[in-house]
Each structure stands twice: as structure tokens, then as C-alpha cells.
Design a protein around this ligand. Sequence first.
Ligand SMILES: Nc1ncnc2c1ncn2[C@@H]1O[C@H](COP(=O)(O)OP(=O)(O)OP(=O)(O)O)[C@@H](O)[C@H]1O
Length: 348
Amino acid sequence: MTVTTAGGGLRLTGLAKAYGPVRAVDGVDLDVPAGELVTVVGPSGSGKSTVLRLIAGLERPDAGTVAVGGQDLRDVPPHRRSVAMVFQDYALYPHLTVRENIMFGPRVRKVPKDEARRQAADAAHRLGIADLLDRYPDQVSGGQRQRVALARALVRSPAVYLLDEPLASLDAQLRLTTRTDLLALHRRLGATTLHVTHDQAEAMTLGDRVVVMEGGRVRQAGPPQEVYDAPADTFVARFLGSPPMNLVPAGGLLGGLLGGAISGKDTDGGTVGIRPEDLALDPAGPLEATVETVETLGSEAVLLTRGPDGVRLTVRTPPRLGLRPGDAVRLRPDPDRLHRFDAAGRRV
Ligand SMILES: Nc1ncnc2c1ncn2[C@@H]1O[C@H](COP(=O)(O)OP(=O)(O)OP(=O)(O)O)[C@@H](O)[C@H]1O
């Protein structure tokens, strides 16, 4: 089977777009090397979809540039851009078969019918839906429909794929398998891909790099584990990770105890952070806390506790410890896994 090779990297420089007073995208710089898969995460309204729409040419930027393979796309209309976008609501034509849906784009672009059929069969084969070509969209499952939508993007052999929450409408089980399929597909195609999601598990597992957006800006970009281990600010610290990182004032008693574990001296101003998995139950631990709630998740339990100064601390523990609300526990923070942020919330 032939492998589509990467058609060039994607570079965004100073990209900005406002809708009236709303700065949807507010100066985004991003470099996606050819063949890389980058996930973009961020809360609702942070500008993720607008970035994709600017790249696809569905919106014009107020400032900044989009370049693919080194070419500035400023004057290239959407249909001439080597960019394919897959949406969450994959909008298949219900009255066309799977094959006709996949062939639709090539036919519009005047690709001869036999060639379009061949391209459709090839794309369907790669996505494992070759046996569904003669069915109608309402005769296939949600996950299969999603693959039909991906196959439609695939027949274009674009330089850049833009995926806007392509798995969001799938149920949990299907999401997981389709995520694995997507990753395998990306490995085979080696195509430059920008994948928007608000599912952080997807962001952590799918991308070579993750870009965290908020308020139209990039808060941090890097390999998922690096961003998780060294979040650039308190926003990223709380956004990536479930349950989120504990953040406590550096000046308080608890902050002092945690801060002491870092540097051996008092810390004031700013915030100290520790992830729930980096607080261990230990009878000789320095922090005293009271269990308020126990969430049992099967493979682990999450304790919501109240520590010194009445500060809430979330703790991840093994399951079946038999802890109950009201129990007193002692906690030991892992001194190598503490995070410090200054008064402006930036990592120190
Ligand atoms: N066509 C539009 N007209 C006016 N405001 C818009 C338009 N499109 C987006 N916005 C605003 O721009 C901001 C960014 O929206 P965008 O859709 O890019 O966010 P998002 O991160 O993709 O959110 P979600 O995760 O909810 O899809 C939001 O405040 C949104 O309300």
C-alpha cells in the first residue's frame, strides 16, 4: 500500500481574530513540523475552533499569517488550500452511500469517476470500513460514521489535517478505540495534524505535543508529559490532570509545610502546587488531614481531605484502604514533585 508522505509543516505567526469586542484568537504563534500530531486543548471559548477556521481559510485573520510548507496562505482561498477539516458533527449526506459520500469531494473537483471510486476504496480500506461502502450513513454505527468522515478527508491527501473534536460525539468505549485507530492512522500517514479536543486524556495520549490555550492565547506548548510535569502557570497546572493539582497559598501554614519540603525555608507570596498522586498516605507524614469524601474508582480511590488551615487537599490512593469520612490521615508530599508559582501564577 502506498503511504501518503507529509506535505509540509504548519506555521502560525502572530495570528489574531476578534469578533467585535471578543478577542477569540489573540496573538498565536505555533510551529507544527511536517508529520507531527499536535493536540490543542483549552476550555470552551478559548479560541481553539477559531484557530482551525483561520487555518482552513473559513475566516480571515485580523493580523498574522498561516503558512503551510513555507507558503503564506494569505491569498489562497479555502478550496485551494491543502488542508482538510473534520468536524465533530461529521455531516454525511444521508441519501448517499458511504462510497458516494467519500467520492463526493473528488467528484466536485472533477476527478474522473473511476479514479474517484478507486480513491474512495483506498481510503475506506485504510480506515477499515471497506465492507461498508454500499451502506447508507444510518446503516452504520457512530464510530463507523466518524471513520467515513475521516475517509472523506483522506481522499484529499492534504498537507494538513485539522480535526475539530472528531471523537466528541462518541460514547466512552468507542472514543477509546477510535482514538487508538486515529493514532495508528496518523503513524501510517505521517501527515501534519492539528487535533482540537477538550478531553485531556485525548490530549495526553494522542499528540507528539500538546498546546494549552486560554483566552485566545497559547499558555504552554510541549510534549504532554513535560507540560504535565512542569506546567508553566497555575492555569495549565489545574487544567491538565484529573483530579486537578492541589494549589495552596505559599504563605499559609500548609504552604509553609509544603514549601519547607522544597527549599527548607519559608516561602511567601504565590502558590505551591502538588498533584493528588504525589501526596502519599504515611503515618509519619508531616501533614495532618481529615478525610471528607472517598471516591472509589475501582483501580484507585480519590480522597478529598481537609488539611492544615482548613485547606482542601485531593489525594490519590490505592483502592480498598477502608478509609471513611471523618478519619484522620497523615500525608507525605513527594519533595521532588512540588511546584512553585509566583504571585502572578507563573512557574518559579
Ligand atoms: N462567529 C462568531 N461570532 C462572534 N463570536 C464568536 C464567533 N465564533 C467564535 N466566537 C467567540 O470567540 C471565542 C472563541 O471561540 P471558539 O469557538 O474558537 O472557542 P473554542 O475554544 O473552540 O470553544 P469550544 O471548546 O466551546 O468549541 C468565544 O468567546 C466565542 O464566543
